[in-house]
Design a protein around this ligand. Sequence first.
Ligand code: IMP
Length: 204
Amino acid sequence: MKVVLASRNNHKIVEMQGLLSKLCGEDITVLSLDDIGFTGDIEENGTTFAENALIKCRAPKCDLPVIADDSGLMVDVLDGEPGVYSARYAVDHAGDELGDHANNEKLLAKLEGYRPEEKTSRFVSAVACVFPDGRHIVCEGKCEGMILTEYRGTGGFGYDPLFYVPQIGKTFAEMTQEEKNSVSHRANAMKLFAAEFKKAINEN
Ligand code: IMP
């Protein structure tokens, strides 16, 4: 069967194709927004990861199931910041994103003065699918961790070097891909999602 992933990121398309085929035991072809000729921009103006994932699913309006994900970091003492603004936490005067390093520096500045044990946080990932008949599913995965005061590790992206996972004893940036996949918010969301998705397509 064919599904659309509301993304133009080729890496995500290939990853989703492999995960869905493996976890659902079906032959699934994942198409990108480019493959279905959707050229518009999607405004992610939801207040939760789940809302944003559903907004992305509903944007292309096509007659195939559309899947999308949205994720980010939530820090308890910052009332859940950066949250849905994780990618665009640090911006310039024109509102343009300043990127991963500036985001991390902003987070470190905001957390100055807090004791290590106060800096509890979690990554959250929401994966959603909207079917042509309007039904939808949304699944959320989490990974609990602490924000450090210094960068550790060189792998990964985003907030990885500041996010320490006690369960593994490493930051995301110090983990191998396999270690990250064993605990990550995205992997946890995908496991739940694949089970729900399989159920939904078998109901048809
Ligand atoms: P997206 O919704 O998956 O594109 O993620 C939005 C933003 O959340 C990214 O630009 C990162 O800043 C942050 N983020 C999400 N997942 C991760 C992760 O696994 N490691 C580090 N940062 C992440």
